[in-house]
Design a protein around this ligand. Structure first.
Ligand code: WQD
Length: 343
């Protein structure tokens, strides 16, 4: 009997790629998603890739009674990977209560509902918790800095909720994965990033500009203290990121953890500037981009990339896909979804 993993937010960008890797690793997968920021057609796309359609329940994780009912009707869940949350930095500044309510209620309801059920729990966190690190590459024991946005604050406080919960209840086995910048798409081009409205993130804006859906790209500043003046980030292929979740679940299953709450950086360990991303896209795809240099964006950190030694050593995981494959796959997905739009 395959272990059953619940993936919340499993029709989303990172969630859907993680569902695919879990299924390919032999797990049975069930998804809870409220479809507020994703499309149900992703279920069929996952089935086209793996031959297995995941279980699905449309459910608002802020509704504790519904979660309890769902769990009682779905016995045998051995692990939970919790992606479901709002994650737009700019929107969180305009609508803080939407972010605090959903991102906290969903986490607290899940932890409460699964209390003393001995499930393995992996949480989707973010390098945002570091702000602008004092030292680079940033390690997991770097100080968490005052968040620049309510979104970043929800990730910081969520990690504290997990830590405090694990401390008083050894039945919990929890891991937070601090992602750097997820980009790219599955090699099949059947799943990928589906931003609603104008993309805030760099790579989806690049691919939408390249395909003619958006206008000129603005590089938000080239007067930073970096080799070409534009910001540095640790871009990681979403498939590598998805595989890190499978590794985290396996670590908990095999009880290889050193404490019942652990944190891992999930990145490549390499920094890439905005202009280098633009150059990599143009060289990989042969498509010339239309961009200008503009003013800095409020809230951006200058440079951040991860020290990923801990994940490589203890999760037996290492990012394998390079920036060119990130650009190639992102472009292939943009072309696929243009020809095959979801309803
Ligand atoms: C990357 C770089 C921009 C758009 C955010 C969240 C983080 C995670 C990933 C959820 C920056 C520059 C961008 C554009 C640009 N999200 N840029 N022109 O801000 O590093 O991280 O998304 O987990 O938590 O904070 O990602 O892609 O928005 O920006 O020049 O049109 O690209 O200034 O330097 P970011 P991003």
């Amino acid at each position: 009997m395959a272990e059953k993993i619940l993936v919340t937010g499993g029709t989303g960008y990172i969630g859907s790629h993680t569902v695919v890797e879990l299924q390919l690793a032999g797990y049975e997968v069930v998804i809870i998603d409220d479809l507020s920021n994703s499309n149900i057609e992703v279920l069929g796309q996952i089935e086209k890739i793996t031959g297995k359609k995941p279980g699905f329940e449309q459910l608002d994780l802020c509704d504790e009674a519904r979660i309890i009912e769902y769990i009682n009707n779905n016995e045998g869940i051995s692990g939970v990977i919790h992606f479901a949350a709002f994650k737009a930095v700019g929107e969180s500044v305009q609508k803080p209560l939407k972010y605090y309510r959903t991102n906290f209620y969903s986490l607290i309801n899940l932890l409460t509902a699964f209390a003393n059920r001995n499930v393995n729990f992996v949480f989707s966190s973010s390098c945002t918790v570091y702000g602008q690190p004092d030292e680079l590459p940033v390690t997991e024991d770097a100080p968490v800095k005052k968040a620049e946005s309510p979104y970043g604050n929800t990730k910081q406080i969520a990690e504290e909720i997990l830590q405090d919960t694990a401390r008083v209840n050894s039945n919990y086995k929890l891991i937070s994965l601090r992602y750097f910048n997820p980009v790219g798409a599955h090699e099949s081009a059947l799943i990928g990033e589906l931003p609603i409205g104008v993309p805030q993130n760099l790579v989806p804006f690049i691919t939408q500009s390249a395909i003619g859906k958006r206008g000129q790209i603005t590089v938000y500043g080239n007067d930073y203290n970096t080799p070409d003046g534009s910001c540095i980030r640790d871009y990681i292929h979403v498939v590598d990121l998805a595989k890190a979740h499978v590794s985290a679940i396996k670590r908990l299953e095999e009880k290889r953890f050193s404490s019942n709450y652990e944190v891992f950086n999930i990145g490549t360990g390499r920094g890439t500037t905005v202009l280098e991303i633009i150059d990599a896209f143009e060289k990989t795809t042969g498509v010339k981009l239309n961009y200008q240099i503009g003013a800095r964006r409020e809230g951006d950190v200058e440079k951040v990339w991860g020290n990923v030694d801990k994940a490589e050593a203890e999760l037996n995981w290492k990012a394998e896909l390079d920036v060119n494959e990130m650009m190639r796959s992102a472009w292939a997905w943009e072309n696929y979804i243009k020809e095959n739009p979801f309803e």
